[in-house]
Design a protein around this ligand. Structure first.
Ligand code: FAD
Length: 588
């Protein structure tokens, strides 16, 4: 008999932490029957919903996924060793229309239900304990039991294994943010650094006052909602009726446009046969290169070819009338053409309408090289752009766009094996595949027409000078806007070194390795934390957006092979095998 009852501590009880519990339950009968186990779940927020999906937040905040595209359950498309355990998507579970953008509170309820179901599926010998507090530190030798120190607890939890599922991290200010904050302090300005918007105190943003906002992604949408409807404004059809308590938002970013609208129709018909040009064999070849690989030089051309394949497969098979040759002819030439400019010539000769050609650079940077003479003209121009994007993304005639979306998911699933390949890819992916719900973009247009929202353009720069913040952009050269408030509408960078959480900083100080971008390095096979010599820690695991095995950072769509599910399964199995061996040693 073991000298102690085996114990696992999971820090973080959001979707990732509870997904791991579900996988432990699914694999326990095969890998770990009988010896008993204490599962300690540490999170100040309620298990399931965790911080992001907790009930205590504004009901105005929505998910940016259709309810039918959100599942916590595996299916046979997930390439994993453990058993599939099917269950309902959010819309099936909640009995709502699959096209609904549910509010975050509802998603939290689904997650709570999923958590309770996962706990109920654990063998009777496994007991779950929730500790509603923060974990501060993990200590202990590589070869021995770990101690997990909790806030306001003099004694640590003892753990044979520790799994960190910490999610999105709060961060200390970087140099630029620190300088802006100091300037704001000296001059009585308001500066809100990168943060989880639902947790920010927005009360310093005064009614009628101009506010510069840097960032046009999903954090901006949350900010926009909280400062408009959240302050008593309402929509009368396509018209915004202000409450008078809104500030005036001036938004810009590197791209200067919002992310592309969420696609508003379902897939029908044959899926593009993916992977085709970027699959396991190509990833194996990249990993086998003794000299390593460079994303732009070696990986991106494969990604580009794969996304083009998805796009043209759909166009040629569903809209042959918009093409000039047969698919079989095009496909053969496309496959044989290794050079991107050769492929562009092929496309130009076979696809007459430029609107039917895939131009990834233009999709990524629609304002590149575009100039306006004044901010007034640009407002009109950007509204036109958003209307065009909304129209296209809700028009089935452009379903090759949805094929590209499927291509992006497929590519992401492959890229995960290469470790983190840098922030550019994540931004590109989010802009194309993780944009706001159509209704949010329509609200943006209404707010723009009401004068509550103004667009600044691309290549945004903000300087602190003359006692104010001053913003200018490449889109409207020679013009600038001044304000006494600046909001950085984005999540903090997920870097280990600047994490405000002492847990990760200490882990780093204790030898855990990070990538040049500051992500925690983990073993792609099972999520074990790597040290600076590349050795996996036998007893410490990490999953989630702050690791170099980060996945698309969204809930899994049914039947898309969810890499996060695959990772959860691998980590659960590695943990159970370790515990089994431990029990075997103790019994021997
Ligand atoms: C604002 C926002 C909106 C999003 N909206 C969508 C969406 O609409 N659709 C979609 O598909 N994806 C969305 N995402 C992506 C989202 O990241 C994932 O869906 C999911 O929440 C990630 O799960 P997680 O468990 O890894 O992290 P989290 O949900 O962040 O959970 C991590 C948990 O760890 C806990 N924790 C952290 N540190 C400690 C510590 N030291 N001690 C104890 N507990 C700790 C936190 O309290 C938290 O509850 C959104 C993300 C954000 C930030």
């Amino acid at each position: 008999m073991s000298a102690h009852r085996p114990s696992v501590v999971i820090v973080g009880a959001g979707p990732r932490g509870i997904g791991l519990i579900e996988r432990i339950a699914a694999n326990a009968s095969e890998l770990y029957a009988g010896s008993g186990l204490d599962l300690h779940l540490v999170d100040p927020h309620p298990p399931g919903a965790g911080r992001i999906w907790r009930a205590a937040q504004s009901p105005l905040l929505w998910m940016n996924s259709h309810a039918e595209d959100v599942t916590m359950f595996t299916d046979e498309t997930v390439a994993m060793a453990g058993p599939v355990a099917e269950g309902p998507t959010l819309h099936e579970w909640a009995g709502i229309d699959g096209r609904t953008f549910a509010d975050r509170q509802l998603q939290g309820t689904y997650l709570r239900w999923f958590y309770e179901r996962a706990v109920a599926a654990l063998p009777p010998s496994v007991t779950v304990h929730h500790h509603p507090r923060r974990a501060l530190r993990v200590s202990g030798p590589r070869e021995g039991r770990q101690q997990v120190w909790l806030e306001d607890r003099p004694r640590p939890l003892l753990a044979d294994l520790v799994v960190l599922a910490l999610g999105h991290l709060d961060a200390e200010l970087d140099q630029e943010q620190g300088q802006l904050a100091a300037y704001a302090g000296e001059h009585g300005l308001v500066h809100l650094p990168p943060d989880f918007t639902a947790d920010s105190d927005l009360s310093p943003l005064a009614p009628g006052e101009p506010v510069l906002v840097r960032g046009f992604g999903l954090a901006f949408v949350d900010l926009m909602v909280l400062l408009t409807e959240g302050r008593g404004g309402r929509y009368d059809g396509d018209t915004y009726v202000p409450s008078g308590r809104e500030p005036v938002l001036y938004v810009g970013s590197r791209r200067g446009v919002p992310y592309h609208a969420k696609i508003g129709y379902d897939w029908t018909g044959e899926r593009p046969p993916l992977p085709r040009f970027f699959g396991p064999a190509e990833v194996d070849a990249l990993l086998a290169r003794p000299e390593g690989f460079d994303f732009r030089r070696d990986v991106w051309p494969l990604v580009e070819k794969e996304l083009g394949f998805a796009h043209y497969h759909r166009l040629f098979t569903v809209h042959p009338e918009r093409t000039a040759v047969d698919w079989s002819v095009f496909e053969e030439k496309y496959a044989a053409e290794g050079d991107p400019s050769g492929r562009a010539d092929l496309v130009a000769s076979a696809v007459p309408d430029p609107a039917d050609r895939l131009d990834l650079a233009a999709l990524d940077r629609p304002l590149e090289g575009v100039r306006y003479g004044s901010f007034e003209e640009f407002q009109e121009g950007l509204r036109g752009y958003v209307e065009g994007d909304l129209g296209r993304r809700h028009d089935r005639a452009y379903s090759p766009d949805l094929a590209v979306f499927l291509g992006l998911l497929s590519v992401y699933g492959q890229l995960v094996r290469l470790g983190d390949i840098g922030p550019w890819w994540h931004g590109f992916f989010s802009c194309l595949a993780s944009g706001p719900p159509g209704p949010r973009l329509r609200q943006m247009l209404a707010l723009s027409r009401a004068g509550v929202l103004k667009f600044l353009g691309a290549g945004l720069t903000v300087v602190a000078e003359d006692g104010v913040f001053r913003a200018s952009s490449a889109t409207v050269p020679g013009c600038s806007v001044e304000a006494r408030a600046l909001v950085e509408a984005r999540l903090p960078e997920p870097t280990v070194g600047r994490a405000r959480d002492p847990l990760l900083r200490e882990l780093h100080a204790d030898g855990a390795a990070e990538t040049p971008e500051g992500l925690l390095r983990v073993d792609p096979a099972d999520g074990r934390v790597l040290d600076r010599a590349g050795r996996p820690h036998p007893r410490r695991f990490a999953l989630g957006p702050y690791t170099d095995s980060r996945t698309p950072g969204a809930f899994t769509r049914p039947r898309t092979g969810g890499p996060a599910f695959r990772q959860n399964d691998a980590t659960a199995r590695a943990a159970l095998l370790f515990l089994r061996e431990l029990a075997g040693c103790a019994a021997a």
